[in-house]
Design a protein around this ligand. Structure first.
Ligand SMILES: Cc1cc2nc3c(=O)[nH]c(=O)nc-3n(C[C@H](O)[C@H](O)[C@H](O)COP(=O)(O)OP(=O)(O)OC[C@H]3O[C@@H](n4cnc5c(N)ncnc54)[C@H](O)[C@@H]3O)c2cc1C
Length: 315
């Protein structure tokens, strides 16, 4: 029986959690461990996506609760011995999974893009920029933990009814669980969100300077798109980390991905290669990005982008 660990984003299950729950339905009758504020609509959503049973853990709002949540999960998996604990990869969930693995001694596999329970737990990982797939079978004690990358599966409701919800008290983790959150800052976001947008316009170091990211923003405005970036320009401080696409940033899967002044390093490509149509603008005809592009423009972004923007605005 597969279990799925899902945390709340506000009052609703986080998107990657519903993607993983959709996959879990194909592996058996999934049970969900939901961490967040009690919410009838969140429980209903979990039921709608296939959870018949939900264990609900509600940490205090100001707790940095990974240690307590991991301790609570340890009790649950010990009592029920699920075949696998699937975890949608978020920063907080990674923290919980690592702590749980340390407590139970169970194997944790991260960055998975697929998982199977045929003849034991195995998970698929992409290596070399997604050009090779590696399947790893898990052995060892306890319930294996598999962290699944966002966008590995499409979230699809199953039409299920309300789940049976059981509240589980948070276990005290002692000193490890004593940290609290004293302030949090939510980044203001306008326009379509990077993870959900149908069209993404992303910029890289080929833009030349910070001010030129305005061209990426103007093109995105004209297309109703979200903006993304490579790590090179995030590290340079041109744009916030929230825009980074790639191995250590976000995974996106829009219908159209426009890469402007991006070389196509594998660490970037793993975060966008599954986009529907990839359009690259790069002055170097040998840039690796062209090898995964459906459409390529060999040219200077400072000339191509303004012309594209003008043509779109004149439509
Ligand atoms: C552990 C690790 C994790 C990483 N994670 C990420 C990640 O999550 N995301 C990520 O993006 N990177 C990541 N990187 C960095 C990655 O390896 C690359 O360094 C980075 O993606 C390069 O960014 P870039 O394409 O903007 O810059 P560059 O590689 O410098 O490419 C710039 C491109 O612009 C072109 N160009 C230059 N001038 C123009 C012009 N006027 N017009 C048109 N084209 C022009 C050049 O031909 C070149 O192809 C990671 C690296 C490591 C080691």
């Amino acid at each position: 029986m597969p279990w799925v660990y899902i945390e709340a984003a506000g009052d609703a299950p986080v998107a990657v959690g519903l993607e993983v729950l959709t996959k879990a339905r194909a592996l058996g009758d999934p049970t969900v461990v939901y961490v967040g504020p009690a919410s009838e609509s969140a429980f209903a959503t979990l039921g709608e996506f296939g959870a018949s049973k939900v264990f609900h853990i509600e940490p205090p709002a100001d707790a940095l609760a990974a240690a307590q949540v991991a301790a609570t999960l340890e009790g649950l998996v010990d009592a029920h011995s699920p075949d696998v604990l699937l975890v949608g990869m978020t920063y907080d969930a990674r923290d919980v999974a690592g702590r749980l693995s340390a407590r139970t001694g169970a194997t944790v596999l991260s960055n998975a893009v697929d998982v199977s329970l045929d003849g034991g737990v195995s998970a698929v990982n992409e290596v070399f920029g997604g050009t090779k797939l590696v399947t790893t079978s898990v052995s060892g004690p306890g319930t294996p933990i598999v962290l699944v990358r966002a966008k590995s599966f499409a979230a699809e409701p199953s039409g299920g009814g309300a789940p049976n919800v059981e509240s589980v008290s948070l276990v005290d983790a002692g000193h490890a669980g004593s940290a609290t959150v004293t302030a949090s800052h939510e980044q203001q976001a306008e326009g379509p969100q990077l993870e959900d947008a149908a069209v993404v316009v992303a910029g890289g170091r080929g833009l030349g300077k910070e001010e030129s990211f305005a061209l990426v923003e103007e093109l995105a405005d004209a297309l109703g798109a979200a903006t993304g970036a490579t790590r090179a320009i995030v590290d340079a401080g041109w744009v916030p980390y929230a825009k980074q696409v790639g191995q250590t940033g976000k995974t996106v899967k829009p219908d159209v991905y426009i890469a402007a002044g991006i070389s196509g390093a594998m660490q970037h490509v793993v975060g966008m290669k599954d986009s529907g149509t990839i359009i690259a603008i790069n002055k170097d005809p040998d840039a690796p990005i062209f090898s995964i592009s459906d459409l390529g423009v060999v040219g200077d972004v400072s000339k191509v982008l303004p012309q594209l923007i003008e043509a779109l605005n004149n439509r």
